[in-house]
Write a protein of this length. Structure first.
Length: 317
């Protein structure tokens, strides 16, 4: 059993003025697992000298619960919150690198979820990436994410997820380039390619090259319907402003030989960005909806949602 948090901090502070206040905060060691209380400790740590702060951080890391509660990993996440804000101040690159490596490895967990509702740990990691403000931590994290995303020997889902994380870090052009490469790679499974295409749409990066590459995949009938639809969804998120692109998407939306999923996303994309063609897009969606004899299917519901999104009724909410 590790010695008490308050004992370690009191010794680390060595009788300094902040010792009494901080010891009071830490008088009950059970608080170390209280995420709300963490904010108070963060404030206290900001007032400490560098070496004492690192001693406290290292000791807190020994308090992560084991066994069934490993899922939470609260205390490491608390350390990462401090590092995101002030990691460079510690002037210990090895310590920062180790914490980033451990945290990303735990969060990814070989792509396996620790909950029944998606990989919440990786989602939390992505939120942490977005919160990084410290330049030293930014540099280490950028290097790590790039090295993984560009390593062809690693798992495709890990590489794609790290490319998406680069976008969260603000390195959007590089992230989009990698995500497009994954989307185009026929050696990857369609699920990963679709995930990466959707991530391009969420990036906000829109230029002629991005639009052209997405449109090429949309029009390629050798590709799966899932991937083509995800590319159309991405274009819709980015916004279709080029009339030639709008016409090509409209042609696909009208084509009754195409998959319903693809037609829906093409109609939604052009209806959201071109008011002149909006009525025609609505007509296509109505046709798709009426073609579903069972209106309670997922696809019928999604078509209805797309219709609602293009009608004036949605604006009244």
């Amino acid at each position: 059993m590790p010695e008490s948090i308050s004992t370690v901090i009191t010794r680390a502070l060595g009788g300094m003025g902040a010792a009494t206040a901080l010891e009071n905060l830490l008088s009950e060691d059970e608080y170390i697992h209280n995420t709300s209380w963490h904010e108070s400790l963060l404030s206290a740590l900001r007032a400490l000298p560098r070496k004492q702060t690192q001693k406290v951080l290292e000791h807190i890391l020994t308090w992560d619960p084991k066994g069934i509660e490993t899922y939470f990993y609260h205390n490491h996440y608390f350390i990462m919150k401090f590092i995101a804000e002030r990691g460079g101040w510690l002037k210990n690159r090895d310590f920062l690198k180790k914490q980033i490596d451990d945290f990303s490895c735990f969060s990814w967990n070989d792509g396996k979820s620790r909950s029944f509702d998606g990989n919440k740990n990786w989602e939390r990691f992505m939120r942490w990436v977005s919160s990084v403000k410290d330049s030293s931590v930014f540099s280490i994290l950028k290097e790590k994410l790039l090295s993984i995303a560009e390593n062809e020997s690693l798992d495709g889902w890990l590489r794609g997820s790290c490319a998406q994380a680069l976008g969260k870090l603000g390195i959007k052009d590089k992230a989009v380039e990698l995500l497009l490469l994954f989307s185009e790679d026929e050696n990857q499974d369609e699920g990963l390619r679709s995930f990466c295409a959707k991530a391009v749409g969420s990036s906000g990066v829109k230029n002629k090259t991005v639009v052209k590459r997405l449109l090429t995949l949309i029009e390629d009938e050798e590709q799966g319907a899932w991937l083509r639809s995800s590319c159309a969804e991405a274009l819709g998120k980015l916004g279709v402003t080029d009339k030639a692109v709008t016409r090509r998407l409209f042609t696909l939306a009208e084509d009754e030989t195409q998959d319903s999923l693809l037609r829906r996303f093409c109609a939604k994309a052009i209806g959201s960005s071109d008011l002149k063609i909006k009525d025609k897009a609505v007509d296509i969606l109505i046709e798709l909806y009426l073609a579903h004899s069972e209106k309670i299917t997922d696809e019928a519901r999604l078509i209805y949602d797309a219709l609602w999104g293009l009608t004036d009724g949605n604006k009244s909410n």
